[in-house]
Design a protein around this ligand. Structure first.
Ligand code: F6R
Length: 362
């Protein structure tokens, strides 16, 4: 069942190149510079988007906000569903509410979408489980096609959600004439490479095993990232806490000096998403700030980056890709790091304590 893997989680991490092929499948139309999603929804009939989800799916939503705003210029709010459903959101008929969910059964997400619908919103589900409750509640469904996910910690569904949000943003951007054909073609070409790039990261698992060996006794971890890599940092911290039970926090790196920097000492490993992109230089200064206070930096950096090795104690190189797509490649070492640490600590990786795969009660 586990296909020769000791845990479902590891099997699912290794399925990710195939999952990406499946999610992107016949949807990318490189020649037209568009994405075919088969949605009934008219992207010109909306003025704003509300993205709602829980946990890992919520981080995919946060990533989606960056892309929808960058590529389609649609004002996008992002909320955890448990807040959204009770905050009396301002919604009208030109609002599109997007629910993201692997199971399609998460109660807060389901109720959040009902709330938006009752207020007149258009609704779209970005969902893995066919025929699940949320798919029956929304007008349009964009299936992520990740296949069944058994491990309680979500991995392959996450990268499928990220790629679905990227496709959605490109599609909306094209229809709204914000995104030019050539720019879209460039992005689609990069998306096609994703399965192979994730495969390359998986081949470097021994490097992660080495890092896990080195850091698994830490009491706390900090994860930092900026822009689209901020959600990656949060997802990395969530993976680590849920399966290893090590306390981990994440911050958008620019927030460091507003408080969390006080935590830094020689006992704190700090994982920094430092791939090349518009905020790369700023992230380097964040790394310097950590180093100056004795913190141990594990940098997730673009392959061939010579500078970063001088600053960070440890570097995990990830293949270069368009900066907006970097999270899809960069989250993989963080999944593996959480996995390897949890195994070293003897945790029950597939069934972490106190957690259920789908949260159908409030
Ligand atoms: C984390 C995890 C949870 C889920 C969350 C939402 O690894 O699995 O945080 O992401 O409970 O679940 P879905 O996507 O089924 O709505």
């Amino acid at each position: 069942e586990k296909g020769g893997f000791p845990h479902y989680m590891l099997k699912e991490i290794y399925e990710q190149p195939w999952v990406l092929e499946n999610t992107l499948g016949g949807r990318l139309k490189e020649e037209e510079g568009d994405v075919e999603l088969g949605l009934g929804l008219d992207p010109l009939a909306i003025d704003r988007i509300h993205v709602i989800a829980c946990g890992t799916a919520a981080y995919a939503g946060w990533y989606g906000k960056y892309l929808l705003e960058a590529l389609a210029r649609i004002p996008t709010e992002w909320d955890v569903a448990s807040e959204y459903r009770y905050r009396d959101p301002v919604v009208d008929e030109r609002t599109l509410a997007i629910a993201i969910s692997q199971s399609g059964e998460t109660i807060d997400t389901l109720e959040g979408i009902r709330e938006a619908k009752a207020k007149g919103a258009r609704t779209l589900g970005v969902i893995n489980a066919k025929g699940s409750s949320i798919t029956r509640e929304v007008e349009d469904v964009l299936y992520i096609h990740a296949g069944p996910e058994i491990g309680v910690a979500s991995t392959k569904a996450y990268i499928a959600m990220l790629s679905a949000m990227a496709m959605l943003a490109i599609h909306f951007g094209r229809r709204r004439r914000i995104l030019g054909k050539e720019e879209a073609q460039g992005l689609l070409k990069e998306m096609r490479k994703l399965p192979r790039l994730v495969e390359e990261v998986l081949e470097k698992r021994p490097l992660i095993a080495h890092l896990a060996e080195k850091y698994h006794q830490a009491q706390d971890f900090l994860f930092l990232g900026r822009h689209v890599q901020a959600p990656t940092a949060y997802e990395g911290a969530l993976k680590l806490k849920e399966i290893s039970y090590i306390h981990a926090e994440a911050y958008p790196a620019g927030e460091m000096k507003h408080g969390p920097i006080a935590l830094i000492d020689e006992h704190l490993p700090v994982v920094v998403l430092a791939t090349r992109g518009p905020l790369y230089e700023k992230t380097l200064s964040n790394i310097q700030e950590v180093r100056a206070r004795g913190g141990k930096v594990i940098a997730i950096a673009t392959e061939g980056d010579g500078e970063i090795g001088k600053l960070a104690q440890d570097v995990f190189p990830v293949p270069e890709v368009h900066p907006l797509l970097a999270p899809i490649v960069s989250v993989v070492p963080l999944q593996l790091l959480a996995y390897e640490i949890a195994v070293l600590l003897g945790r029950d990786v597939d069934q972490p304590r106190n957690l259920a795969k789908s949260v159908t009660v409030e």
